[in-house]
Design a binder for this molecule. Structure first.
Ligand SMILES: C=C(O[C@@H]1C=C(C(=O)O)C=C[C@H]1O)C(=O)O
Length: 272
């Protein structure tokens, strides 16, 4: 039995919609990304779509499943900085960061410190825009919380961090990778291979049947089918060479800004 992390946000439906929930080899544990980051590090789950940043913290212990990620080359639509002032004016002000994210929290710091030359103060809070705006001048939200907040058209500046990253670096951005502890390979490699095949099959089926997923998103959060078609058009759930280059750029920036203690070396599984 492999315990995998299930992320309930709409952007993960192309991975989970067709994954068999009752498969005898699988047990799913639902949480936001930071929940899975902690559970994988503590051995409470065996594999998950963790924050790319969390892989960067544990790269010596983890392997990354090939050809799987949550990435965009530009706009993402659900990693949004809501701000009362233009982004370049945040010097000395306060940003409330969602407690659900690790990748985007550090992406925010890279963009602000390195590219805009501003150093705000930070708070970490549950994702709730009115409560965040009561305590801070800007708020970072990810996933469905970001989509829901943006659909309400709040009166503030809204920056898409995938778009900002692309604008400043020309690179794609990988938010999540599927990782597992390498120590599992000694005795459970065959089981991991079975789960990997299930994940690839579920993804292929979803990407060939996106209409079902668009309707599900509409039922979950509202919005038009066109809105959802446009949202998913940005995403890449693979992990090709160009995406890896973008991810390495992100890790290098994290290391240079002391957000990571070492420069991660990516180790993929299965070996080619
Ligand atoms: C695209 C998204 O990516 C997510 C963002 C993450 C993070 O910031 O740590 C982690 C997992 C991703 O699935 C999103 O939630 O909107």
């Amino acid at each position: 039995m492999i315990r995998i992390g299930h992320n309930p946000n709409t952007n993960m439906l192309p991975m989970f919609y067709y994954l068999e929930k009752e498969h005898p080899l699988l047990e799913s544990v639902t949480a936001e990304p930071t929940g899975h980051n902690a559970m994988l590090a503590e051995g409470r789950i065996d594999m998950a779509p963790i924050s790319a940043f969390s892989y960067g913290e544990h790269w010596k212990d983890y392997a990354i499943l090939r050809n799987l990620s949550v990435s965009t080359n530009g706009r993402v639509g659900s990693i949004l900085l809501f701000s009362k002032v233009p982004i370049g004016d945040l010097e000395g002000l306060t940003i409330a960061l969602t407690n659900a994210s690790a990748t985007s929290v550090n992406l925010t710091k890279i963009l602000l410190h390195h590219y805009y030359g501003v150093t705000p103060g930070y708070l970490t809070m549950p994702a709730n825009l009115p409560e965040m705006f009561a305590k801070a001048d800007a708020a970072l939200l990810i996933g469905d919380a970001a989509i829901q907040a943006a659909l309400l058209r709040p009166e503030c500046y809204i920056y898409d961090l995938g778009e900002e990253w692309h604008k400043h670096t020309g690179c794609s951005m990988t938010y999540a990778v599927w990782a597992f502890p390498k120590s599992l390979l000694a005795e459970r490699e065959e089981e991991i291979m079975r789960i990997y095949d299930l994940l690839l099959e579920a993804k292929a089926k979803a990407l060939g049947n996106m209409d079902d997923i668009l309707r599900t998103c509409q039922m979950m959060l509202g919005g038009s089918l066109e809105y959802w078609r446009d949202y998913f058009a940005q995403f890449n759930y693979g992990l090709d060479h160009d995406l890896v280059l973008g991810l390495e750029k992100y890790y290098n920036q994290c290391f240079e800004l002391n957000l990571l203690p070492s420069r991660p070396v990516l180790e993929f599984w299965p070996k080619e």
